[in-house]
Design a protein around this ligand. Structure first.
Ligand code: HEM
Length: 131
């Protein structure tokens, strides 16, 4: 998939409005997911807001997250939580569904998921649980 010259992924996705709808579609799925839900607080609003800020800048939009919270250090911020490979896959699956819900079509949808899969795998800090 090609972005037009000089165009950011943020712009291609439709900017602030789409990122807002995306995080609002994403977190209910995260909360319902048996692997992910238990890691998150009951009041998801502050997490949703931080993710809105982070994804805005991650996709090339305004640096909302860094302006408010400083250096992202996202792997370090996930260290308190046991992120297994299965949880990374579940996170990406929820994001895939959220992208579909907000109307992001292929090939843009897969392009976004691919951009996020690097960080998701990088945040893994706990081996698969031995069942
Ligand atoms: C790989 C699987 C992942 C799991 C299991 C996971 C889980 C979590 C959890 C439990 C929190 C803390 C919620 C709280 O504040 O209590 C969190 C925060 C956050 N996550 Fe993830 N996450 C994952 C992947 C990602 C990815 C791929 C991104 C973005 C590329 C991301 C971005 C964020 C952001 C921006 C926050 C808020 C950080 C802050 O407190 O400032 N996460 N995540």
């Amino acid at each position: 998939m090609n972005l037009e010259q000089g165009q950011t992924l943020y712009e291609r996705l439709g900017g602030a409005e789409t990122i807002r709808r995306l995080v609002e579609a994403f977190y209910p799925r995260v909360q319902r997911n048996p692997l992910l839900g238990p890691l998150f607080p009951e009041n998801i609003d502050p997490v949703l807001e931080k993710q809105y800020m982070f994804l805005s800048q991650f996709f090339g939009g305004p640096s909302l997250y860094s302006d408010a919270h400083g250096h992202p250090m996202m792997r370090a911020r996930h260290l308190p939580f046991p992120v297994t490979p299965e949880r990374a896959e579940a996170w990406l699956a929820c994001m895939g569904e959220a992208l579909t819900e907000v109307g992001i079509e292929e090939p843009l949808r897969s392009f976004v998921l691919q951009r996020l899969s690097g960080p998701a795998m990088h945040f893994v800090n706990t081996p698969s649980s031995q069942e």
